[in-house]
Design a protein around this ligand. Sequence first.
Ligand code: AMP
Length: 177
Amino acid sequence: MSRSISLELIKNEIRNIPDFPTPGIQFKDITTVLKQADLFSFLVDTLAEIFQDKGITKIACIESRGFILGGALAGKIGAGFVPIRKPGKLPAETLRREYSLEYGTDAIEIHKDAIIPGDVVLLHDDLLATGGTASAAVALLKGLDPSKICLSFLCELDFLEGRKHLQEYEVSSLIHF
Ligand code: AMP
């Protein structure tokens, strides 16, 4: 028998790992949700309902957890998939941006030909924390001249106010902590 699925149920299924990968971080482990077929397809369907009529041509997804739902969503709504990756992973010419994370600093890259002028781009990642990663990704995307950028996250850590750095954009998060 199929169960009744809600975002509240999915929120409760996300596993909290204290002090991972560094002390003080409450890591939101979504693998506990992704491994459940009905929850995975509920999330893809929910995201598709939100984004299918927005004229999105590309979904740019942040390595690596952003690839999972972002890739499935791209297939579902008929958009192209664009990876945003850690330095040195993309083989062709890239743009690069440094950023700060809730834990540490890093950089991300995108292929220079991944987006063309006029693309309507949805940026997707699993989680919005301080907003450093998403801001860096938006800066990369802007450098490629899309006609519009909007943002999608599975989870948002509201208390870190990452959204404040993204005020010019539509930001959608399905689950709030
Ligand atoms: P931030 O740049 O601070 O918004 O961090 C967002 C990125 O770091 C996303 O790619 C997340 O996957 C990851 N991240 C940051 N904090 C957490 C957390 N508490 N649990 C899971 N992932 C996190």
